[in-house]
Write a protein that binds this ligand. Structure first.
Ligand SMILES: [Zn+2]
Length: 94
């Protein structure tokens, strides 16, 4: 049981890192889409740059979903940040 807790803790940290990275790519993409019209960034059309940033951000949100799985049953353990037990198999993480 102890190993499940440790694994979940480690996944939770990775999930935070992935979410931060997601924001890091996604927010500039949103700003570019809102404020740039027919502009160029480093010689590339701004909307293409925004799309590329969103694609990279999307990878991190998928990773974050992957890390929200329960280490015991490998199903989604629950939504939100403060998951204390698995929704599926009921194993406790704290
Ligand atoms: Zn589970």
């Amino acid at each position: 049981m102890e190993s499940v807790k440790l694994e979940f803790k480690s996944r939770k940290q990775k999930r935070v890192v992935c979410t931060v990275l997601f924001m890091f790519f996604w927010l500039p993409a949103l700003v570019i889409q809102l404020y740039s019209d027919q502009t160029y960034l480093l010689g590339i059309r701004a909307d293409i740059v925004a799309l590329a940033l969103q694609t990279v951000g999307f990878i991190f949100i998928l990773l974050s979903l992957k890390y929200s799985k329960c280490p015991s049953c490998n199903e989604n353990a629950g939504n939100g940040w403060n998951v204390t037990e698995c929704n599926k198999c009921g194993v406790k993480f704290t």
